[in-house]
Design a protein around this ligand. Structure first.
Ligand code: FAD
Length: 625
C-alpha cells in the first residue's frame, strides 16, 4: 500500500546505536564497522548483520559515551540509511523495512532529505541561477535561504572594509567577496607564518609583540587554540553545517562533520587559514596585514571609511585614510582600544555580563582515570581507540540559599574551554596584564588537561569596584589581569596555587606541581585575587565538581590566574535584520567583540549572516536571502 511504499523513499535516520569499545575500530574510524552493522541489524530486527550492505549506511555522528552508570563505555552513532540502496543491494531486507516503524529520537523517516552544502557552492549555485545557466535546487534552508540569491552587479561594486580576520571577519569577507563586493580585509596582526614566529618568540624569549600574539593576527583569537568546534547554537543547524563544510572545503578533516565533539587543533588550523587566504585573494579581496584601524571616518552620521596605521611601526606617524561604502567591524573582544574609539563617536555601547575565574590543570591521566575507569588505558596519548577524556561541569549557586559568602546574587559556576591534552597559554595583549587560556594540537597528546573554572559576573560586581558605564566590564577584567601580573612578579610569570591550598587559603610553597605553562609559574594567594563573592563561589563550585568527578580536588591540580576573557564585556547594539549599528550608519559590528558570538563557530556564523545582510543592503542579493 501507499504507506509502506513511502517507507522505501528517502532516508531513515537511526540514532542511539551503541557499539562497545571492544567491537569498534576506534575514535578515528568514521565508516561502517561490523560492530555498527550489528547495532543496525538489531534496530531493523534483521537476523544476520553480516548480510547488511555497509554502502547503504552513512555515519552522521559518532560520539563516545563513558558515563559512570554504563557498565561498558561505548561509541554512540547516528546513521542515515538509504533504503532504496539497501533493498537493491540486499533484497531480503525488504520485508524488514516494510515492518519498520518510526520511534521518536531513535528511528526517524526523512522522505525528502537534502544534504546541506558548503557556503561557497551555495553561493556559486546562486550566481549561476542569476545568470540563468543553472537552476538552483529549491527547498534549501541554508542561512534560512528560501530560494536562490540573485546577483545584479549593474551598479559599481560597493567597497567594503572588513576589520579583523578572526572567524567572523573571514566569513563576512568570504560571503561579500563571493557575492561581488570589492572587499578589503584589514588585520592589525600578521599572517599565520609570521604570527607563528612571533608566538614562538613570546613562548621562548618572553617577547610580547603587542600586535601579533595569541589574540591578534590572521585567524583571530581562535588560531593558536584548541580549535573546538562545538557550539551552543545547534550542532545540526544549516548555518553551523555550512560553516563546518566550508572549513572542510579549506582543508579541515571531514571528521569534523561527523564527530560528536569536533575539534581541529592549532596544527590543522594554520594550513586551513592559508587556504582560506588564498581563496579570498583569488576572489580579488585585498588583504592588509599589520594595519590597525585606529578610527572611523564619519560624515553626516555615516561611516565613510577608516583611519589606519602601520601596527608594527606604531611609533612613526603613518596614519592613512581609506574610504569605504561600509565597514564591518569584526575585531574580537581583546581590541579594547576600539571600544574607546567607538565611545568617542558617541556610539551606544552596553556593558554585558560575562564570567571570570581561574584555569585549572590536572595531569591528563588523572582525568582519563576519573572519566573512563575501565578504558583509561585505551587513550594512549591521543593515539588510542578512545578520545582523550574531557569534562564539562556546571553548578548553579542560588544567592537565596542563604550562603552569605557568595553574596545575594545567583551565580553560575562552570568549566569553560576545556582543553584535553593541551597547554596553558598567555593571551595578554599588554605586558602589564596577565590573562591565560588553553590550546592544543590535533592529537591532544600533551600530558595535561586544562580548563577554565569561571563564575558569571555582572554590573553589580563591576560597581563593587567602582567601575561604571559601558566599559565597566573591561575595567573589571583589566583590574584582575593587573593583579595577576603583580602576583606573578612580572615577566609573564603566572600566579598559581594548588586546588587544595586554594580551598585552605594556603600558599603552595613546597608543593607546586609541574605546569604546561611555558613562561614560569609562581606560588601565590589566588584565593585573595578576586572579590570574596567570586572566590567563595569558585570554592563552593569546586567542592561540588569533586562530587561529580571524584578526584577532581587533588594536590596535583594546579589553579592558574587569571581567566577573564571568556566572552565580550560589551555589546554594540545593531539592527536584528540589517546588522547595521543602531547609532552609526554604515557600520556593521559582528562577532564576539560586538557581543553576538562566543567561540569559533558562532563567530563564523555571525560573520556569515552579517555578510549576507551587508550584501542585501547593497543589492548584491535580494531580500529573500
Ligand atoms: P577574533 O577571533 O578575536 O578576531 C578579531 C581579529 O580582529 C583579530 O585577528 C585582531 O587582530 C583583529 N583586530 C582587532 N582590532 C583591530 C583593529 N583595530 N584593526 C585591525 N584589526 C583588528 N573558541 C572555540 O570555539 N573553541 C576553542 O577551542 C577556542 N579556544 C580558544 C583558545 C584561545 C587561546 C583563545 C584566545 C580563544 C579561544 N576560543 C575558542 C575563542 C575564539 O577564538 C573566539 O571566540 C573567536 O575567535 C572570536 O572570533 P571573532 O572573529 O569574533 O574575533
Amino acid at each position: 500500500d501507499g504507506k509502506s511504499k513511502n517507507k522505501f523513499q528517502g532516508i531513515w535516520r537511526l540514532s542511539k546505536l551503541g557499539v562497545p569499545v571492544s567491537k569498534d575500530p576506534g575514535k578515528d574510524f568514521l565508516g561502517v564497522s561490523d560492530g555498527l552493522l550489528e547495532a543496525i541489524a538489531k534496530v531493523l530486527e534483521f537476523p544476520v548483520a553480516a548480510m547488511l550492505p555497509s554502502e547503504a549506511f552513512t555515519v552522521v555522528r559518532k560520539s563516545f559515551d563513558a558515563r559512570k552508570m554504563l557498565k561498558d563505555p561505548k561509541f554512540v552513532y547516528i546513521v542515515d540509511m538509504d533504503v532504496q540502496k539497501l533493498v537493491s543491494l540486499e533484497p531480503r531486507t525488504e520485508d524488514f523495512i516494510t515492518m519498520l516503524e518510526p520511534r521518536v529520537g531513535m528511528v526517524e523517516h526523512m522522505p525528502h532529505t537534502k544534504i546541506s552544502e558548503d557556503l561557497i557552492s551555495v553561493i556559486n549555485d546562486c550566481k549561476k541561477t542569476a545568470e540563468g545557466t543553472v537552476s538552483r535546487a529549491s527547498g534549501s534552508k541554508i542561512y534560512s535561504l528560501s530560494g536562490g540569491t540573485n546577483i545584479y552587479p549593474t551598479a559599481p561594486k560597493p567597497r567594503i572594509a572588513v576589520v579583523g580576520s578572526g572567524p567572523s571577519g573571514l566569513f563576512a569577507a568570504l560571503v561579500l567577496a563571493e557575492l561581488g563586493a570589492n572587499v578589503t580585509l584589514i588585520e592589525r596582526g600578521q599572517p599565520v607564518e609570521q604570527r607563528g614566529r612571533d608566538i614562538g618568540a613570546l613562548v621562548v624569549r618572553r617577547i610580547l609583540q603587542m600586535e601579533s600574539n595569541f589574540c591578534f593576527g590572521e585567524g583571530g583569537a581562535g588560531t593558536w587554540s584548541d580549535g573546538k568546534l562545538v557550539t551552543r547554537i545547534g550542532r545540526n543547524s544549516d548555518s553551523v553545517m555550512a560553516v563546518l563544510k566550508t572549513l572542510v572545503h579549506f582543508g579541515a578533516p571531514k571528521g569534523i562533520l561527523v564527530n560528536g565533539k569536533p575539534h581541529l587543533g592549532t596544527d590543522k588550523l594554520i594550513p586551513l587559514l592559508r587556504n582560506f587566504r588564498q581563496h579570498l585573494q583569488d576572489l580579488g579581496v585585498t588583504i592588509k596585514f599589520g594595519k590597525r584601524v585606529d578610527d572611523l571616518l564619519v560624515e553626516d552620521a555615516q561611516v565613510v571609511g577608516v583611519k589606519v596605521s602601520d601596527s608594527i611601526n606604531s611609533l612613526q606617524s603613518n596614519s592613512q585614510k581609506w574610504g569605504y561604502d561600509a565597514v564591518v567591524l569584526a575585531v574580537g573582544h581583546s581590541a579594547r582600544d576600539i571600544y574607546e574609539m567607538l565611545l568617542s563617536h558617541n556610539m551606544h555601547l552596553i556593558s554585558k555580563d560575562f564570567a571570570v575565574g581561574l584555569r585549572i590543570e590536572h595531569p591528563q591521566e588523572v582525568i582519563n582515570r576519573i572519566q573512563y575507569s575501565g578504558v583509561a588505558t585505551e587513550v594512549r596519548n591521543g593515539r588510542g581507540k578512545v578520545p582523550v577524556a574531557d569534562y564539562k561541569l556546571v553548578k548553579y549557586i542560588s544567592g537565596e540559599d542563604g550562603d552569605a559568602h557568595v553574596g545575594a546574587m545567583d551565580r553560575s559556576c562552570y568549566s569553560f574551554c576545556m582543553c584535553p591534552g593541551g597547554q596553558v597559554v598567555l593571551t595578554s595583549t599588554n605586558p602589564s596584564e596577565i590573562c591565560i587560556n588553553g590550546m592544543s594540537f590535533s592529537r591532544r597528546a600533551s600530558k595535561w588537561a586544562n580548563a577554565a573554572l569561571v563564575v558569571n559576573v555582572s554590573t553589580e560586581d563591576f560597581g563593587s569596584l567602582n567601575f561604571h558605564g559601558p566599559l565597566a566590564g573591561v575595567e573589571f577584567q583589566r583590574e584582575f589581569e593587573r593583579r595577576a601580573a603583580i602576583m606573578g612578579g612580572g615577566n609573564f610569570v603566572v600566579p598559581v596555587q594548588t586546588v587544595t591550598d586554594f580551598l585552605d587559603n594556603k600558599l603552595s610553597v613546597t608543593s607546586v606541581p609541574p605546569s604546561s605553562y611555558r613562561l614560569g609559574v609562581k606560588a601565590a594567594y589566588l584565593n585573595e585575587l578576586y572579590t570574596t563573592h567570586i572566590t567563595q563561589a569558585l570554592k563552593h563550585s569546586i567542592s561540588m565538581f569533586d562530587k561529580e568527578l571524584p578526584g577532581f580536588i587533588s594536590k596535583e591540580a594546579l589553579l592558574h590566574g587569571v581567566e577573564t576573557r571568556t566572552s565580550s564585556p560589551v555589546q554594540i547594539p545593531r539592527s536584528i535584520h540589517t546588522y547595521e549599528s543602531t547609532s552609526l550608519k554604515g557600520l556593521y559590528p559582528v562577532g564576539e567583540g560586538a557581543g553576538y558570538a562566543g567561540g569559533i563557530v558562532s563567530a563564523a556564523v555571525d560573520g556569515m549572516y552579517a555578510g549576507f545582510a551587508v550584501a542585501r543592503s547593497f543589492e548584491l542579493c535580494h531580500d529573500g536571502v
